[in-house]
Design a protein around this ligand. Structure first.
Ligand SMILES: [Zn+2]
Length: 102
């Protein structure tokens, strides 16, 4: 967690906000060792983990930031599922190190 944001963003403050539609592929990777984790583009503090349906094990379209509570809808969920099924290669996403050096 980035210290400088702690005072400005209150945990779960975006829990009741409208859903933000976003492309997973355009989000910043939170951890290069895991495929799906992203940094929340709303608060820049929390993470989006990408869930799975308990029945089908498919990646779920909706996700929620662990910190600010913002709900997201992945508009590229079909591509994500194809990657997950091995039908498409995983894209290289930007990392937080790249973001910070901008
Ligand atoms: Zn957030």
């Amino acid at each position: 967690m980035k210290e400088e944001y702690k005072g400005a963003i209150v945990a779960l403050q975006n829990l009741r906000n409208p859903i933000v539609r976003t492309k997973w592929v355009e989000l910043t990777t939170a951890d290069i060792d895991t495929i799906y984790k992203s940094i929340c583009p709303v608060c820049s503090v929390g993470m989006l983990l990408v869930g799975r349906d308990q029945q089908t094990m498919e990646l779920t379209e909706h996700d929620r930031c662990l910190f600010c509570g913002q709900t997201f809808q992945y508009t590229d969920i079909e591509e994500m599922r194809e990657m997950d099924n091995g039908k498409k290669p995983f894209p290289v996403r930007s990392t937080s190190e790249q973001e910070e050096s901008k």
